[in-house]
Design a protein around this ligand. Structure first.
Ligand SMILES: Cc1cc2nc3c(=O)[nH]c(=O)nc-3n(C[C@H](O)[C@H](O)[C@H](O)COP(=O)(O)OP(=O)(O)OC[C@H]3O[C@@H](n4cnc5c(N)ncnc54)[C@H](O)[C@@H]3O)c2cc1C
Length: 115
């Protein structure tokens, strides 16, 4: 028999998933549907923000800022560094860990009562 829901939200980005959580907090039976697929074909919640936008871009920005600072700002502090290299694979690995960590079960709590 098909499942019945009070609310079905299409889109699991920053607009959709809080809406579904909020509905759940108000004792409505809510479902959130998303079609996002990563490059490896796996489905993923979080929309543009988590998968391709805000979160991964800020992770890469932080890494590239550190790379810039070590090259251009450390010397004036009297910190000498030589042989600085950029390891893009490590940078991407850190970005992926941050994104995946934000997707962990329990990183959002649908059972919490509404504020
Ligand atoms: C590089 C980049 C950096 C950004 N940085 C920031 C930032 O620092 N701060 C900030 O506030 N904003 C930032 N943004 C903007 C932010 O990502 C968007 O404003 C936000 O993701 C919009 O949320 P949304 O839920 O409306 O849409 P989305 O996050 O786009 O989510 C929509 C979801 O709906 C799903 N969907 C669509 N149609 C269907 C369908 N028919 N069936 C099932 N699922 C469907 C999609 O798969 C997607 O997961 C950035 C964006 C980019 C690209």
């Amino acid at each position: 028999m098909p499942e019945q829901y009070d609310v079905i939200v299409i889109g699991g980005g920053p607009a959709g998933y809080p809406c579904a959580i909020r509905a759940g907090q108000h004792k409505l039976k809510a479902a959130c549907i998303d079609e996002w697929r990563n490059r490896d074909g796996s489905f993923a919640f979080g929309g543009t923000c988590l998968n391709a936008g805000c979160i991964p871009s800020k992770a890469m920005l932080e890494s590239s800022e550190l790379f810039h600072r070590v090259q251009h700002e450390f010397a004036v502090h009297g910190v000498k560094v030589s042989g600085v290299e950029l390891d893009l694979a490590a940078m991407q690995k850190r970005r992926a860990q941050i994104v995946n960590g934000s997707r962990r079960p329990g990183s959002t709590d649908c059972s919490r009562p509404p504020a």
